[in-house]
Write a protein that binds this ligand. Structure first.
Ligand SMILES: Nc1ncnc2c1ncn2[C@@H]1O[C@H](COP(=O)(O)OP(=O)(O)OP(=O)(O)O)[C@@H](O)[C@H]1O
Ligand SMILES: [Mg+2]
Length: 582
């Protein structure tokens, strides 16, 4: 119940809410009593017409006053309850979001985005509703139930017979239905995850869906998930729908029983008519409160499914955590792989990387070349610890990456991901995202190194041009250059390009390389590429094949020593890709 601890700061609201509710229920409990007084003493009373009438008026006014007080209590209770629930939900959502932000890659992979979204929205809302309702309803139901029983028994002990029979029947019905419904609530949330996942994938991938005219297929897929959700929901609702009518029958039967018993008691002059009327109201309240327990139980099962799902996130410790020795080894810029092997967590079989040994000196530009799927991205992902090596060591500045604090490490290393992700905002906001302290000058400089200033200059609003969500308003190559500028402005020691120039033409790419050499002296650059033309200017080239480094050296060395490299070279030359490289 870790999630409910979030209520603690708002304990005052959480306390005032049931207190105000006690006021409301007490007033409710007084009403039938007063009503019976009116009937017994006012209407059926033995006094004169005038005195009877004034009794009715005075008691009526009393009832009105109590009901106004009760109403005030009710409003206050609702206000306190909602405040507590909303504020708590807000804090909870904030923390869960922060947690999601700190999850490691493998954990986000595991949860799936759709499910994370449901947990952040729908599940937390369910918890909020549960809190706000239970703060009020527990007290209301408890008081109505116990208070009602106490009063009805003081009216006449014989009414106890009705309670002894009807209450157990009600409870049994309730228990049977709830036992069936409880597990379904968790399933409903899971189905909702599915729906959200499909929505998520298709909204983000809308362009691909259209390009492949797969709309109908995706609509079908959504339909399936949606129908699945509906079927489960219907199952729950059908169960719950049977509950109330059955309980109502029991209640009506009880009312008739009360009237019968009351009738006999009135005949026997043990009781007055007004008291029988009051008893009818009380038995209704008592049995209603059992129905309320049913509703509360629903909410509890629903909320506990949600609480479990939210806690799953809160309890997930990032696998990638800060190292023990918070080293401070100054600025350098060397990277070293020592006998590194790697497999994705949860995947077995042939390792994605095996026995990697590679040293990159400060200020060097090292290229990694290899066929698609050979493990290039996986290799560089180990440097900022997106994943941890399964075997061997990755060293940055001579220190194992696991020994750094994650922040410190990622401060040293800047990576331009294979898929450039931009955010909605202006051009300069997107670049400044890499370093919030950067001045406008620095932004311009980073953009110009990244060969982005020319196209930014072409925009009407220049650096203030709005970029739409995920950079949809930019071309692939423009997006890549924005992402490069964002990485440069971070002023890292180590700059990694994961196939980040794939969308650039060769001459722009050559200019980028030249600018990097001139402006970022001392910065270590690791550059992944598939085109020979992109890598031949590098100081050293590592050729990766099936997760192993099969050749290492300069372009001319590799041309002599490596068959694989030569093969790639000639195949690309033949296709004309290597033309006009400098
Ligand atoms: N998150 C992941 N979980 C499981 N396996 C993965 C994951 N990412 C990649 N792989 C697998 O690891 C292998 C290497 O992938 P990687 O992304 O490193 O290749 P790459 O050389 O960067 O390819 P490309 O040039 O196409 O980007 C592939 O076989 C891929 O299926
Ligand atoms: Mg890759």
């Amino acid at each position: 119940m870790k999630a409910l601890r979030y209520l603690k700061p708002y304990w005052l609201f959480a306390l005032l809410c049931p207190l105000a509710m006690i006021l409301e229920v007490s007033m409710d409990l007084l009403q039938p009593q007063l009503m019976s007084d009116i009937i017994n003493n006012g209407i059926l009373g033995g006094g004169t017409l005038d005195s009877n009438l004034s009794y009715v008026v005075i008691t009526g006014l009393k009832m009105l006053m109590f009901s106004i007080i009760g109403c005030a209590g009710g409003i206050a209770s609702a206000a306190f309850g909602t405040t507590a629930a909303q504020k708590m939900g807000n804090d909870l959502r904030k923390d869960v979001f922060a947690k999601v932000m700190h999850l490691s890659f493998q954990q986000t992979d595991k949860f799936t985005t759709g499910s994370l979204v449901t947990r952040l929205t729908n599940d937390i809302t369910a918890i909020q509703e549960f809190v706000s309702m239970s703060l009020r309803m527990f007290v209301r139901t408890g008081m109505q139930f116990i208070g009602g029983i106490a009063v009805i028994l003081t009216l006449n002990v014989n009414f106890g017979i009705v309670l002894v029979i009807s209450l157990p029947i009600q409870l049994i019905v309730l228990a049977i239905i709830m036992k069936k419904a409880a597990p379904l609530f968790g399933i409903v949330q899971k189905k909702l995850d599915k729906v959200n996942s499909v929505v998520q994938e298709n909204v983000t991938g809308a362009r691909v869906v259209k390009a492949f005219t797969r709309e109908e297929y995706e609509i079908d897929r959504f339909d399936n998930a949606n129908t699945d959700l509906m079927t489960t929901n219907l199952k729950v609702q059908k169960l719950l729908a049977t509950l109330n009518p059955i309980l109502m029958v029991i209640m009506n039967a009880s009312v008739i029983a009360i009237i019968l018993i009351g009738g006999f008691q009135v005949e026997a002059k043990n009781m007055m008519v007004g008291n029988v009327m009051a008893a009818v109201t009380y038995i209704t309240q008592i049995l209603m409160s059992v129905m309320m327990v049913g509703m509360m139980f629903q909410q509890v099962s629903r909320a506990s499914a949600s609480i479990k799902r939210v806690c799953e996130i809160l309890d997930t410790e990032p696998v990638i955590s800060d190292g023990e020795n918070k080293t401070d080894c100054g600025t350098e810029g060397t990277v070293e792989f020592k006998n590194v092997s790697f497999n994705y967590p949860g995947f077995s079989g042939r390792p994605v990387l095996s026995n990697i040994n590679l040293t990159v000196e400060k200020g060097q530009m090292v290229a990694i070349l290899g066929a698609t799927g050979c493990g290039k991205t996986s290799l560089v992902n180990l440097i900022p610890r997106f994943y941890d090596a399964t075997d061997g060591e990755v060293l940055v500045d001579g220190v194992n990456v696991k020994d750094y604090s994650v922040d410190e490490l990622r401060h040293k290393v800047s990576i331009v991901l294979q898929k450039s992700e931009l955010f909605s905002g202006t051009v300069s906001e997107n670049i400044r995202w890499g370093n919030s302290d950067a001045s406008d000058e620095e932004i311009k400089r980073a953009a110009s190194i990244a060969q982005a200033d020319s196209f930014i200059g072409g925009f009407n609003d220049g650096y203030d041009t709005m970029i739409s969500e995920k950079g949809a308003s930019l071309s692939g190559g423009q997006k890549q250059r924005m992402a490069i500028a964002r990485a440069i402005i971070k002023k890292p020691e180590i700059l990694i390009f994961d196939d980040s120039t794939s969308a650039l033409d060769l001459s722009t790419e050559a200019q980028l390389h030249k600018a990097l050499r001139e402006n970022l002296q001392g910065v270590t650059v690791i550059m992944i590429a598939q085109r020979i033309a992109s890598v031949m200017r590098a100081d050293k080239i590592a050729v990766l094949e099936n997760g192993e480094i099969c050749a290492y050296g300069t372009h001319s060395e590799l041309m002599q020593s490596s068959d694989v490299y030569r093969d790639i070279y000639y195949s690309q030359m033949k296709n004309g890709e290597g033309e006009n490289n400098g």
